[in-house]
Design a protein around this ligand. Structure first.
Ligand code: THU
Length: 132
């Protein structure tokens, strides 16, 4: 699975975004260690805060199917720069992703940036912080 193949899956699912309010479509594709890809798009709601980002849809789909080990994630939106994931998604990513895991952020102009989880959310609050 190349980076581009995973990005293509994110581009494809982005078309399913339900965005009557922001009109801003986002797509995400998550590759698991078992070789499966879980995709997600953003899904908005008339009660705005209930909306869910594409990244969390993909992650929650995978977790709900029993997947716990991930290789890489791709996220795409129609942005100037590679799309930066929101803070809530970064926190959810840090719950499930290894600190060294690669996350490919891109846009429709093929402007891609790959960052590690630890770069996206340094000094993140972890389960282990409650275990003293
Ligand atoms: N959004 C995502 O799906 N992922 C991001 O990384 C940034 C923001 C969504 C949430 C909302 O539906 C729309 O983009 C505008 O904020």
């Amino acid at each position: 699975m190349s980076n581009q193949e995973l990005i293509n899956k994110a581009i494809e699912i982005r078309e399913q975004a339900y965005v009557p309010y922001s009109k801003f479509k986002v797509g995400a594709a998550l590759l698991t260690k078992s070789g499966k890809i879980y995709t997600g798009c953003n899904i908005e709601n008339a009660a705005y805060p209930v909306s869910l980002c594409a990244e969390r849809v993909a992650i929650f789909k995978a977790i709900s199917e029993g997947e716990t080990e991930f290789i890489e994630l791709a996220v795409v939106a129609d942005t100037e720069r590679p799309v930066p994931p929101c803070g809530s998604c970064r926190q959810v990513m840090s719950e499930f992703f290894d600190s060294k895991m690669n996350i490919h952020l891109t846009n429709l102009n093929d402007n891609t940036m790959t960052v590690r989880m630890e770069e996206l959310l340094p000094f993140s609050f972890q389960k282990s912080d409650m275990e003293k």
